[in-house]
Design a protein around this ligand. Structure first.
Ligand SMILES: [Fe+2]
Length: 295
């Protein structure tokens, strides 16, 4: 526990950027003792119907980092998102920093390399990323120590990043009234998700938890921050000590009724390349739409 107590003494400055188009929350996480920061789960804007990419959301993050004269050390992806496109390379080009994701990205690349019928030019070794994190790995953001926790279930490469007294939990839990993430994508597993959620709930009660998404259930305002204690007590899918068998049954039945995310086809092609946009045979930016391949 002494490691965890030491982490709780560091209190990063966390600034959230909500993207209303995809209900994603991106974060700038700053070391209180230096100018160092990390960006977690950035978003590139897409008008999918028009095939148009823009960068308003990423530009707001870049402007914030510049105005506050911060040094961007890391661009973290909590996982390969299926509902929005990462802007990590766009931000990296302007501000530097290393793009990192969980080492199980190779499984995701293998799976979706087949779905999208990618050729041999698409590497399945994670080499598009600057860093591949393993479970329990430690890295620095300025003077802050960040610890990575593998939390598979929603996808194989999901990672929670614990930075001081703040944990960025990706798609595992949502706010207590939002429940948990779906576990039915290729490589997902409801039982694994339950076990991963237990790892989050084993963090200190007053650990701050930051969501990757919020949909404002039942008309409430968008929120993105809660605590371990709140999730343990009130999460509608796992709170109050719900057991694994009940969770897996519920999650599996629920997932069978969910539609695919609107942006899953563009998101996976871009995000499995660390946010790079694929190109066609002539080098033009281009996406594929494989038919009857996702479900
Ligand atoms: Fe996700």
């Amino acid at each position: 526990m002494s490691n965890t107590s030491a982490l709780m003494n560091t209190q990063p400055d966390v600034t959230a950027f909500f993207d209303p188009a995809t209900n994603t929350i991106s974060y700038v996480v700053k070391d209180p003792e230096s100018s160092a920061c990390a960006v977690i789960d950035s978003v590139m804007d897409i008008d999918y119907a028009a095939g148009q990419i823009t960068y308003d959301h990423a530009d707001a993050i870049i402007a914030f980092i510049k105005v506050h004269e911060l040094t961007l050390e890391w661009l973290i992806e909590t996982h390969v998102h299926a509902d929005h496109l990462s802007a990590a390379p766009y931000i990296q080009q302007q501000l530097g920093g290393k793009i990192g994701i969980g080492e199980k990205i190779t499984f995701v690349q293998e799976t979706f390399g087949k779905v999208f019928n990618e050729g041999t030019e698409f590497q399945r070794d994670g080499s598009q990323f600057d860093a591949l994190f393993s479970d329990g790995e430690i890295y620095q953001i300025g003077g802050m120590t960040a610890r990575v926790m593998a939390t598979p279930g929603h996808t194989p490469a999901c990672m929670v990043h614990v930075i001081g007294n703040a944990a960025f939990i990706g798609d595992t839990l949502f706010m207590p009234d939002g429940g948990s993430a779906r576990a039915d994508f290729p490589g997902g597993d409801a039982g694994e998700l339950y076990d991963s959620i237990q790892k989050i709930l084993a963090l200190p009660d007053d650990m701050r938890l930051f969501m990757c998404h919020d949909y404002g259930p039942n008309g409430r305002e968008i929120q993105w921050e809660t605590t371990v204690a709140e999730e343990k007590a009130h999460n509608i899918h796992v709170g109050g000590g719900k057991n694994k068998a009940d969770f897996v049954k519920f999650r599996t039945e629920r997932d069978a009724q969910l539609d695919m995310p609107k942006l899953i086809i563009p998101s996976l092609q871009v995000n499995m390349r660390a946010g790079a946009i694929p190109v066609d045979a002539e080098g033009r930016p281009s996406l594929k739409v494989p038919l009857n391949a996702l479900k």
